[in-house]
Design a protein around this ligand. Structure first.
Ligand SMILES: [Zn+2]
Length: 228
């Protein structure tokens, strides 16, 4: 039986809620996409960017191999890790960034991007429009292009772990023969292999290199896809 993935689909994002296990997911038919248990999140995004993915094959090869090795190492502890995001197109990143910020904060960021020679990124950030979300509780600090998820092949992966066949986002609970927390084990095993964690609070995230992605290189990629 396929594992059951549980997500809350917020607008155009899939986010864990404050609860450790999300009980519902909602298809958003108007935009022509939906999320089902066990399914990859599929949506053709504006500008021709590939859809969001949680496929490890959308990762850069050597990074993918290390992530796969990390997942296998966790399995030896009886902990099942599931990738929840690999590639995230820049408009999805823009929605994520905007979901916790005011219109003034968005305008300031758009102006700053334009001033720093990233007009395509500015256009993407502006173009996605207002987003639903809770103000102030940021789900990301990375603007489009600053996240290693936004380039292709991607160099960041988000994961969750499973307990009794259900995906959990819990950083305290322990499970498996060795009584380990899935996120803490994953972070240990990943950093042991030379991978980098994200911010301390972002337990789901692992990336191939430290710090933010090269936003100028990303701008060039975005422009090539959009044809700007
Ligand atoms: Zn991430």
């Amino acid at each position: 039986m396929a594992p059951e993935y549980r997500f809350l689909n917020v607008g155009e994002l899939i986010l864990p809620t404050d609860e450790h296990v999300v009980e519902t997911w909602e298809p958003c038919g108007a935009e022509g996409y939906s999320v089902q248990p066990g399914e990859v999140f599929r949506r053709r995004v504006a500008g021709g960017f590939p859809p969001q993915s949680r496929d490890l094959d959308d990762l850069e090869t050597s990074f993918r191999n290390l992530v796969a090795e990390t997942i296998a190492a966790c399995a030896e502890f009886g902990v099942t890790i599931v990738p929840t995001r690999t590639y995230r197109p820049p408009d999805a990143q823009a929605r994520l960034w905007r979901s916790s910020r005011t219109a003034d904060e968005v305008s300031a960021a758009v102006a700053a991007l334009q001033a720093h020679g990233r007009p395509v990124t500015a256009q993407i950030l502006e173009g996605v429009g207002p987003q639903p979300g809770k103000l102030g509780r940021h789900v990301t600090n990375a603007l489009p292009g600053e996240s290693w998820h936004n380039i292709r092949p991607a160099m960041a992966a988000d994961v969750a772990w499973m307990v009794d066949g259900v995906v959990v986002w819990d950083t305290e609970r322990s499970a498996g023969a060795y009584n380990r927390n899935g996120y803490r084990l994953f972070r240990d095993e990943a950093t042991k292999r030379g991978l980098y964690r994200g911010p301390a609070w972002d337990w789901a995230h692992i990336q191939a290199a430290p710090g933010a992605a090269d936003a100028d290189a990303a701008e060039t990629y975005f422009a090539s896809v959009i044809g700007a």
